[in-house]
Ligand binder design. Structure first.
Ligand code: SF4
Ligand code: SF4
Length: 251
């Protein structure tokens, strides 16, 4: 991990709880091994429902016990938050539109859980509004994301990724063993655009975001995201730029 995860007391302030849309019950004796073809079907279903990608986290025992989660296997469904909404000025309307999108995508998650339940796996949505669970810490355990200097969770699909998580009895998910994104921490050290752009001076003397000052989750500020090269140009282009810079330094 390249930057610390800050306390999340202020996350999701403007989101409403998701209603329960399950149509299928969990099996009494859930299976633990998934066939590749069923996993591919799940990935196809997610893609057809506007998911930008899927990651898989294997939780540490400590996390699972601390958060009282039944299974240590987590599937992360990622979606791209609409740039048209993120690029609006902060306002109540913007917060509402972000929540509308969250509700619409969240509803689909129950369909993914039902798909797994029909295939005899246990599957349960982790409540994204539960302050006792750090979804971002779970995301970090996927080895498929990093926390940026602006305290955002960066996946390769983009900086404007929202995500939902399902924990499941499936033991043989394709968990990544190593994180190849930690170079982002070095890149961020040479950038700092988010800190300079912040209208609230929400970064402390150690350049960590003060969640109580940041207005992202109360008023919908996205300034640090909008100015970030990872948002503007995408992960792959910035990685290429970084690699060139490193190669030049090495001569
Ligand atoms: S969301 Fe806005 S207030 Fe919060 S750190 Fe980013 S720029 Fe600053
Ligand atoms: S604006 Fe720069 S320093 Fe801030 S998160 Fe993005 S790359 Fe890192």
């Amino acid at each position: 991990m390249c930057f610390e995860i800050m306390d999340e007391d202020f996350r999701f302030r403007y989101h409403h709880p998701l209603p329960n849309f399950y149509k299928v019950s969990n099996p009494a004796n859930p299976k633990t091994q998934i066939d590749n073809s069923v996993l591919k079907d799940l990935e196809r279903l997610a893609a057809e429902n506007n998911c930008a990608g899927i990651s898989y986290s294997k939780l540490s025992d400590d996390f699972r016990k601390e958060w009282n989660i039944d299974f240590d296997n987590v599937i992360i469904f990622k979606y791209l938050m609409s740039p048209e909404i993120l690029e609006m000025d902060q306002s109540k309307l913007k917060c509402k539109l972000i929540d509308d999108e969250f509700q619409e995508i969240g509803r689909k998650m129950y369909g993914f859980a039902d798909f797994l339940r029909k295939n005899e796996f246990s599957a349960e949505l982790l409540n994204p509004l539960d302050d006792k669970i750090s979804l971002r810490a779970i995301a970090m355990q996927s080895n498929d994301a990093v926390i940026t200097r602006s305290n955002m969770c960066l996946f390769k699909e983009g900086l404007n990724i929202g995500f939902f998580m399902i924990h499941t009895s499936i033991e043989n998910l394709p968990f990544k063993q190593e994180n190849d994104m930690c170079w982002v921490g070095e890149f961020c050290k040479t950038c700092g655009k988010c800190i300079r752009k912040c209208p609230e001076n929400a970064f402390d003397e150690n350049e960590l975001v003060l969640r109580k000052v940041c207005t992202a989750h109360r008023e919908g500020c996205s300034q640090c995201m909008l100015v970030c090269p990872f948002y503007k140009k995408g992960y792959i282009k910035i990685k290429q730029k970084y690699d060139k810079r490193v190669a030049k330094k090495r001569g």
